[in-house]
Write a protein that binds this ligand. Structure first.
Ligand code: G6P
Length: 601
């Protein structure tokens, strides 16, 4: 799972590739590398870590030129994150970068070794370089075509040869886009990374090969027959990618939530009339005939999706199954259902595979994503955008709360059509949702209090986040955040379930974060923890007198409706995790072993 890039044109390829790779780092940052052809030779530079590390190395050796090159940023799957395993992989006059997995690499590797090829890495992608070299007979496109004919797995690959003034790309189950610019042609894993150079973009489709030259790009199928793909003009907002006054993107993005929630909400309601303008691409009759909904997502987006477990039956009048995308392949969905993919990036491989499955089974499909032009928008019948602007920190924050905003309005819309709620109810609910940005802002002003509590969490060996109903997904999200960036083993549990196992792990070195802003039942769960010596940090509603008496630390949250309370608690636990990681001196925006977007299954 990685990001790939290529350039051919009149300019020096190295700096262009580095700029593209910087925008692809969300796909992995275990290692990075570039290879360019200069004076009939391949020059390659690789480094462990991020593109910034690669850039430092590059600047020391900038004496090489070369107007054609490829680049890669890696998230390790096969082989450790070392320089040895970094791409580009080179085999004689051939260099290759690859995103995907070569599932039959061991068989191919054995055959290539028998044929005298020497392997330098433990990485599956290296077989591609040798295989293309093996088949090379003076025509790079032919060689790539023969090579992929032997590959089982997924690939977005870019190959270059010292003997050919072109890049040859191939794709299957991994995205690749070609950009046609005034100063050359570009190729990369996504539109966003090359939009800094051109807005004329062509998406490659599965099982095609692209020959990219200085002046033109030609698409063929594996038999060499031309394939017609059109360029589209994309218009992306690329302005917002600075830290401004924040030490980390994550903190900046946490603070952007009043605006991102508001912007998202305003895109699906009319603020004057409090009407819902959200279009899900289904007529009222089609909505009424839906049997159920499947909300499918991964990671943080899955936690946003979990909110529908409570929201949909109550408000939308529709049964819902919320599934993690990697498990959806084992589930047989009911036929007359609405499939809803929730994905910040729109590129998560498991989500895309689930959506394809749902589509193949004839389900209506809806995507909720933050990224314009992402793959999910191509696959779904209809897309709803969260309006957050780019999210750079690996740990998702503002997109999570914006996804909840969309799901809430979606539930109200379905509920209206299904006759579960009246239009008066709907207007009240919309007005309540509109108060959320103000409450988030108010909560953000308590940042210093949360920071103080985080100083204690930094000492923790284990954190338990507990909540009930809407606060349960928020608790899971808090635990995920704490694990992702503060590297503290954390569990997000339904409060009532703690006594069925996790309680055994509670010691005086653990912290229990209780999301207790509404409902009284959680009080007894907190007492169960207290009796076992655990330190209790409780987020309570303003004016609470009960939980306050038993918790070690209490932070007050504005008193609101349950789902909005869950949004506020989520913001609070984002801050808690952030300041815990900061207290521990961790890198925060790019946590170890993770990637912003997971593009392998
Ligand atoms: C990765 C990221 C998470 C994210 C998840 C799903 O694991 O590190 O922050 O929640 O992917 O990503 P998506 O783009 O589909 O929401």
């Amino acid at each position: 799972m990685c990001g790939v890039a290529g350039y051919v044109g009149p300019k020096k390829a190295g700096p262009i590739l580095l700029n593209i790779l910087k925008r692809l780092e969300y796909r992995g940052y275990d290692s990075a590398g570039v290879a360019v052809i200069d004076n009939g030779k391949i020059f390659a530079i690789k480094s462990k870590g991020t593109t910034a590390d690669l850039e430092k190395k590059y600047l020391k050796r900038e004496n090489f030129g070369g107007c054609i090159g490829i680049g890669h940023t890696r998230w390790a799957t096969h082989g450790k994150p070392t320089i040895k395993n970094a791409h580009p992989h080179i085999s004689g006059h051939i260099a290759v970068v690859h995103n995907g997995i070569v599932e039959n690499y061991q068989t191919l590797k054995n055959k290539l070794i028998e044929n005298g090829f020497k392997f330098k890495s433990d990485n599956d992608s290296e077989v591609l370089a040798h295989l293309i070299n093996y088949y090379y007979n003076g025509d790079l496109a032919d060689a790539v075509s023969s090579a992929i004919g032997r590959v089982v797995g997924s690939y977005a690959l870019i190959a270059l040869s010292v003997n050919a003034g072109m890049l040859v790309c191939a794709t299957k189950d991994a995205p690749l886009v070609i950009g046609n610019g005034v100063d050359g042609n570009y190729v990369a894993s996504d539109i966003y990374s090359i939009a800094q150079y051109t807005n004329k973009i062509m998406r490659m489709v599965d099982n095609t090969i692209a020959i990219i030259e200085d002046e033109k790009s030609t698409i063929i199928d594996p038999l060499g027959r031309p394939v017609i793909l059109d360029y589209e003009n994309v218009d992306l907002d690329l302005k917002d990618d600075g830290f401004f006054n924040y030490p980390h993107f994550m903190l900046k993005e946490i603070h952007e939530q009043p605006k991102s929630f508001q912007d998202t909400l305003s895109s699906v309601i009319s603020t004057m009339e409090k009407d819902i303008t959200l279009d899900i691409g289904l007529s009222e009759t089609e909505i009424r005939s839906l049997e159920s909904a499947y909300v499918v997502a991964s990671g943080t987006s899955y936690h946003a999706g979990l909110m529908t477990r409570y929201l949909f039956p109550q408000t939308a009048g529709i049964m819902v199954n919320v599934e993690t995308a990697s498990e959806f392949r084992y589930i047989e969905p009911r036929p007359n259902s609405l499939f809803i993919a929730v994905t910040q990036s729109g590129e998560t491989a498991d989500v895309l595979a689930s959506l394809k499955k749902a589509r193949d089974l004839g389900l209506r499909t809806l995507a909720i994503t933050n990224v314009k032009g992402s793959t999910v928008t191509e696959l779904a019948d209809k897309t709803i955008y969260t309006r957050c602007g780019p999210e750079f920190a690996v740990a998702a924050t503002k997109t999570f709360t914006a996804q909840i905003a969309v799901l809430l309005i979606l539930a109200i819309k379905l509920g209206l059509v299904n006759g579960v709620i009246t239009s008066k109810d709907a207007k009240i609910m919309v007005s309540e949702a509109e108060q959320t940005p103000r409450y988030i802002q108010y909560l953000l002003e308590k940042e210093a209090d949360i920071q103080k509590v985080a100083e204690q969490c930094a000492e923790s060996e284990c954190c338990f986040f507990i909540g009930r109903e809407y606060l349960y997904p928020a608790a899971r999200e808090g635990a995920l955040k704490m694990e992702e960036i503060a590297y503290i083993t954390s569990i997000g549990y339904p409060a009532g379930e703690l006594k069925h196992g996790p309680l055994a792990l509670v010691t005086d070195k653990s912290h229990v974060v209780a999301l207790a802003t509404y409902g009284r039942t959680i009080r007894s769960n907190i007492k169960e923890v207290q009796a076992r010596g655990g330190d209790i940090i409780a987020f309570v509603s303003e004016g609470d007198t009960e939980v306050r008496q038993i918790a070690t630390k209490v932070i007050e949250i504005p008193k609101t409706k349950p789902i909005i309370s869950a949004v506020l608690c989520s913001v609070a636990v984002q801050l808690l995790a952030y300041y815990t990681a900061k207290e521990k001196g961790l890198q925060i925006d790019k946590p170890r072993n993770l990637a912003k977007s997971v593009t392998v299954k």
